[in-house]
Design a protein. Structure first.
Length: 103
């Protein structure tokens, strides 16, 4: 009986350690957040690429904890504004950091 209690205690401690390893911090995402951000990035890229203005623009999309960063080059201010608006329209986006350059 005592061995069984010790085994349960050890299993519980290991479980807590494994869960702590999956937790996110301010500068590091949890596993779930990473997957969510990958989905958001894919959706933002898809929405931007399916627009007619996207021909010939180079927009990079990165997401961290729901915050989308757009960087790269667009042809006009209208294209810039459209890309930012499209990124904001994607479900799960909490903020858009705009580092796009009009050239």
């Amino acid at each position: 009986m005592k061995n069984r209690s010790i085994a349960h205690l050890i299993a519980g401690v290991l479980f807590v350690i494994v869960l702590a390893g999956c937790a996110g911090t301010q500068k590091q995402e949890s596993t779930g957040e990473y997957v969510d951000d990958a989905v958001i990035t894919t959706k933002v890229k898809s929405v931007i690429l399916h627009e007619k203005f996207a021909n010939g623009i180079a927009v990079n999309v990165e997401t961290f904890k729901g915050v989308v960063q757009l960087s790269g080059f667009v042809k006009s201010q209208a294209d810039h504004d459209k890309a930012v608006a499209l990124a904001r329209s994607v479900k799960g986006v909490t903020q858009v950091k705009d580092d796009l350059i009009v050239k």
